[in-house]
Design a protein around this ligand. Sequence first.
Ligand code: ADP
Ligand code: ZN
Length: 730
Amino acid sequence: MQDSSPEQRPGRVGVLLPLPLAGAYDYAVPPELAITLGDYVEVPLGPRLVTGVVWSAGSGEVAASRLKPVARRFPLPAMPEVGRRFIDWVAAYTLSLPGQALRMALSAQDALEPLKPVVGYRRAETPAAEVRETPARRRVLTLLADGPPRVLAELAHEAGCGAAVIRGLVDAGALETVLLPAEAPVARPDWQCPGPALSPAQAEAAETLREKLAAGGYSATLLDGVTGAGKTEVYFEAIAAALAAGRQVLVLLPEIALSSQWLDRFAARFGVRPAEWHSDLTQTRRRRTWRAVATGEATVVVGARSALFLPYAALGLIVVDEEHESAFKQEDGVTYHARDMAVARAFLGGFPIVLVSATPSLETLVNVESGRYGRIDLPARHGGAALPEISLIDLREDRPERRRWLSPTLTAALVETLAAGEQAMLFLNRRGYAPLTLCRGCGHRLHCPNCSAWLVEHRLAGRLQCHHCGHATALPETCPGCGKAGLMAGCGPGVERIAEEAVARFPEARIAIMASDTLIGPLAMAELVRKVAAHELDLLIGTQVMAKGHHFPMLTLVGVVDADLGLAGGDLRAAERTYQLLHQVAGRAGRAERPGRVFLQSYMPEHPVMQALASGDRDRFLAQEAEERRALALPPFGRLVALVVSGADPEAVDKVAQALGRAAPRSADIDVLGPAPAPLALLRGRHRRRLLLRAPRSCAVQPIVRTWLAAVTVPNSVRVQIDVDPYSFL
Ligand code: ADP
Ligand code: ZN
């Protein structure tokens, strides 16, 4: 549909600003400005100019004579209506202000301003008859003889001369200047590139997705299949079909900065890399990509959750890969789950969304069961590669030596694998050397001063660190508790300590650690991934950054050092998440012709999660898990909203928390737990209390929470953070 000019109130518009304001503000439209809904404009706000988006025809509350005028309109396609509706929807759902949601859509500074064309140099069309030649001049002229025009700095660099040489050639009439577009064109993925020959199951799955695209309209489909089943190739076909239809495509990946292999595969399939969107981009790339998405030049965007809020001109397909990943949950600012918001975006836009996983979330499976989502199964591994055999190691019997963490069985398997010239991986989802340091004399534990958390020793970096606030300090020589020297000792292992054990046991092996703090940035990650793939390493020891989609043909053994780690704590999804993570880790083993083996070290091998992993009976485990949640009316069978009250002054925080507790909505099917101290009762120096509202799934919780909050006055020193559908309970 075409956006119409806001005609109901001539001469005025409502402009939404990316600020925590309750709604759009009215502005006057100067007669010389042609303005439509969705236009990006600059308006005065107090003494400054602020960029916003024309959101409405204006409320009419302020008299026309008192309105300030819109200062200017940016020369850009207007934000489409669906984009604006999406922002309003996200704000309403997450109980945020629309301006806070808009802020996520205006995340590239100065992207609204077109860059000025730059001056380029080329050979004069009618060169001057006589030009004095020097070696430097000759190099410049030769370079330009068969190359495109270049900007001054580039030309001087390539020709190895100074700028004066080039200016001299212009003066002499041998070169002339041209205006070049400031921005290089965005490369377009070519959907006509041939893909691989698909297996019959893949071909059928791809056909189903193509039919959904061709049919038009919203649909949500789960693409379910074990790691290596060939799901990526299948959704590449859907991407090709969407591109053929002239639509834009968004692929959400949980950790795009770490997904170099995925980008390479995309390039192999479509000729070029897609546009990327994540926090690691330079400012120049951000603004370029933002604009290219707005103009429709960028046809495929792959990104982290924030890519949802780009100003797509013609979005027509979303793929959420690893849809079960908790990394899709944004925990700061506007708290939202990118998978759920992506479904809403597809619904509003009237186009298909594909959710992809080997271990789908219970949320998604319940939607499949109720018929709201479709489902496509890819049953086998592509090319018949066998799934790894998963064995449990009972640590109560198969005991590691004192101050060691690898059991005899796992150690023996490592010996075999390395002797066979194959690769192995040890997984422990804990960074650093030791998660707790205590005094062997008095038992004093080293705490973070700002958080209720222990300090984690990072031996490689030579310090203790808080994983919540980043506080870092040197390991004390003497115990801060009893003052005795030489008694501080690390308890329990992190990956660095496992690496120490591995080096001691396998001195010949080439060993590397893969954890977010040992890899600085995506390049280091890509380099390490390359080394493993090229078999320049024998043993990889890592945290969950290693669990993601990498494909290592020679990797045949995976050992999980502490499979129980994720099960502790009060998270309602602990079992589900542990299953998902360990399943994914296990999937790294034996992805090529060589069969893989996986060992899970556990103190509770009888736990349903361990049993499900060992037997491979995912669906039975999930059915049990679903029954438990249904019985307790927990998600996805009920709804939760968490309120976290925080502030520097514990009394002020308690006062607000108690007032919220007294004002809490209670009815036959709504209850509120708390207030109670949060597990992280102190975080970055702020005291925290939690309340948790539980309601039936059919209940619209937002108006209830809004009324609840309106009943309590909150001083400026205290913050109440609202988390609809919480995933973190810390
Ligand atoms: P998933 O996404 O389900 O984990 P992938 O799509 O990554 O699976 O496929 C696993 C491996 O099999 C990859 O190396 C991929 O290149 C290969 N593969 C998948 N489908 C085909 C195909 N039809 N032809 C050739 N290779 C394929
Ligand atoms: Zn801290």
